[in-house]
Design a protein. Structure first.
Length: 235
């Protein structure tokens, strides 16, 4: 499967058909193709013959044009069709815009982030209900697990500030921890939320945006622009 969008420096196949010179209302079936008929240009460079001329599918005139990774190693790939003999089919140009990542790559990165987040959450100690006025994490006065407390007081009449935590509608402050520092709980929650919902990847840089989808919040560096396996906080 070729994937979408076409990936830079990765083999790619597209299908096309050539318009007949004899009747411009139809595609040319069984077109005669020879060296020099199909050429490729990478990022505005000189046109050169493609490595493999296509063979039509059955007698449909549809041509699967297979480009190698080297022929796709650019941001803009132009494939030109010119009948060298000048007698069978019309000239044609196909332009391909490549990207460093495909949808499947981004999904893989997102899955990895979600897995890491889940692992972090499993390592956190269980929250337990303490004395009135707050929550204690494994505190000396912890008595009943928060799950039990919520179950026993599902109507919302919880001791201390547990009820306010459950029903709190306050918006998280627009603040994330700086690189290399530990976040507050609110900062950690906001960072995870933004990381999972608002981000873009260009080359080896992944930018995480604020809720408006345009204002940068954090940046990360990928260890490889083509096949990343790790990310590092940059800012």
């Amino acid at each position: 499967m070729a994937g979408f969008p076409p990936k830079k420096n990765t083999a790619f196949t597209f299908h096309t058909a050539l318009v007949s010179q004899a009747d411009t209302d139809i595609f040319k079936t069984s077109p005669t193709l020879a060296a020099g008929d199909i050429t490729v240009s990478i990022d505005g460079g000189n046109y050169a013959n493609i490595g493999t001329l296509p063979t039509q599918i059955q007698s449909s005139g549809v041509l699967p044009v297979a480009l190698t990774a080297a022929e796709m190693n650019g941001d803009v790939i132009s494939v030109k069709f010119v009948d060298a003999s000048g007698a069978e089919w019309q000239d044609q140009l196909v332009t391909i815009i490549t990207d460093a990542y495909q949808i499947s790559d981004i999904e893989t990165l997102t899955d990895g982030i979600e897995a890491d987040t889940t692992e972090i959450l499993t390592r956190l100690p269980d929250a337990t209900a303490g004395a009135a006025g707050g929550l204690f994490i494994a505190g000396a006065n912890a008595a009943t697990s928060i799950t039990t407390a919520l179950t026993a007081n599902i109507t919302g009449n919880l001791s201390g500030s547990v009820g306010s935590v459950v029903t709190d509608t306050a918006i998280l402050p627009d603040s994330v921890a700086t690189d290399g520092t530990r976040p507050t709980p609110n900062q950690a929650l906001l960072m995870i939320l933004r990381l999972l919902t608002e981000k873009g990847v260009v080359g080896a840089t992944m930018t995480v945006y604020k809720e408006d989808g345009t204002t940068p919040s954090m940046t990360f560096t990928l260890n490889d622009a083509t096949s990343p396996s790790a990310i590092t906080r940059a800012s």
